[in-house]
Write a protein that binds this ligand. Sequence first.
Ligand SMILES: NC(=O)c1ccc[n+]([C@@H]2O[C@H](COP(=O)([O-])OP(=O)(O)OC[C@H]3O[C@@H](n4cnc5c(N)ncnc54)[C@H](O)[C@@H]3O)[C@@H](O)[C@H]2O)c1
Length: 229
Amino acid sequence: MKEKLVVFSGAGMSAESGINTFRDSNGLWEKYDIYEIATPEAWNKNPELVTDFYNQRRKNILNVKVNQAHLEIAKMENLFEVTVITQNIDNLHERAGSSNVVHLHGNITLAKSSGPNPEKKYYPIKSWRLTKNDLCEDGYRLRPHVVWFGETVPMLMEAQNIIEQADYFLVIGTSLQVYPAAGLVHHAIKAKKKLILDPKVSEMQVPNDFLKIEMTATSGIIEALDLMR
Ligand SMILES: NC(=O)c1ccc[n+]([C@@H]2O[C@H](COP(=O)([O-])OP(=O)(O)OC[C@H]3O[C@@H](n4cnc5c(N)ncnc54)[C@H](O)[C@@H]3O)[C@@H](O)[C@H]2O)c1
């Protein structure tokens, strides 16, 4: 039986594909007020603005390419039972060939009901654009399948269970500032090796038992994966 490798990725994983992170300079938070576009209150106040913001993100994501780090992680399925737990709402891990991806904060290529039962069913969005005419079977307008600030993270317990079973744990491109996701790094209780790959790792609060590689995802991925073998 193959050993279990769990990869926990954040926005930095897709930075070299051309998708902005939130916190770096040129990050999305400098250009937008998150309370106006990524909260349930924002949706209630101005669903057009929110829909348009995510339409633009989706259009961008569909136009970019996977990077070498996404591809190398997918290839690790030859050696390990790999699960990717990503905070990213893009679908680049899947497009690179990873077959087991858990989206903690949703998947921008899917939509869900804006009514009282949003997690009941997810609907593929046919093009990059969701409109006010796209309705759910329950009659409510469809909203992006994204976990907004102030909402619970439905996949959190599943992610925690997966990380607890990991033999190897690799964290890539996350500032570890968005909770509750960031707390997951403390749940790799039986992992033989834990490693974090991020160009700003020296500025971050990382548990002592993690190896640190201070490089970008694409420049450090081979070294990181070699340390896992
Ligand atoms: N691609 C996406 O889907 C996307 C993009 C932006 C934000 N988000 C979401 O916003 C939230 C922000 O939290 P977060 O911790 O993921 O992101 P973050 O923006 O808080 O942190 C990004 C991290 O990536 C690192 N980084 C920057 N360039 C990198 C590179 N080339 N290689 C490796 N690391 C690099 C930074 O040093 C930083 O630590 C998350 O929910 C995140 O998924 C998603």
